[in-house]
Unconditional design. Sequence first.
Length: 289
Amino acid sequence: MRNLTPTTITDAFAEYAKNAPSARTRELLVSLAGHLHSFVRENKLTQAEWGAAIDALTRAMKFTDDKRNEYILFSDLLGVSSLVDMVNAAKSGTPSSVLGPFHIEGAPELPNGGDLWKNQVGEPLVVSGKIADDRGAPAKGTVLALWQNSGNGMYAQQDASQSPTNYHARLKVADDGTFAFSTVRPVSYTVPDDGPAGDMLRALGRHAWRPAHLHMIIHAPGRTPLITEFFPDDDKYLDRDAVFGVRGGLVLPFKRETDRARLPANLAAGNSLPMPVWTATLDLKLPAA
């Protein structure tokens, strides 16, 4: 198309894409190009500024490997990952949240009542609860994929001193929907900020901190997996989460328990945990099918 102008180039892009094999792909890419064109026009973007953006994306490749993806980090820090979650979230049940970069497939099985803490650094935490379906019946056959950071603030993938699956597990709930396990109380931590995504944070005067949280994917038979995470209500970063993952329904009290007899009866490490311990109760509900 000849004689393009700043106002006609967007329509030209759409015209060039009229023969796209997938209507949905065309819709998404034409919309994306249109928003980018509007961004350039509205901000009178300079070549140097656009070049800096391309350079940041190019440098992101140097920080991306099988343990870290700088492009996902950009998505998280820009709020896009969280927004995608929110616009697709179910209207009922336990709220969903972002997946994060440290989930692994094939985590070891943990018996109901099992121990992840194993006397490692940090304060022990006992997590217990019950999961029900959208009618309130026990969600029999549900498997919980669990992962979190260790007491030093690092995930296993970040720390060579930890085993590759430390604080990663899969736990099958009891037939009555109940579950329990012991672990370490998670701590606040910073997302990686030594790459171009971190440069963006500094350019915006933002910090890289995430509030402490427990990750979980709820795998229930016949249901879409529910990705979520849970936050202690006393964390100072709840209202400034770098990746925008906090939801009101996922903030819960972590309490101190001094009476060992009040811990779940099936807790494998119950008699060896140093009292008092932190406790958290998660009453989960699946969204409507």
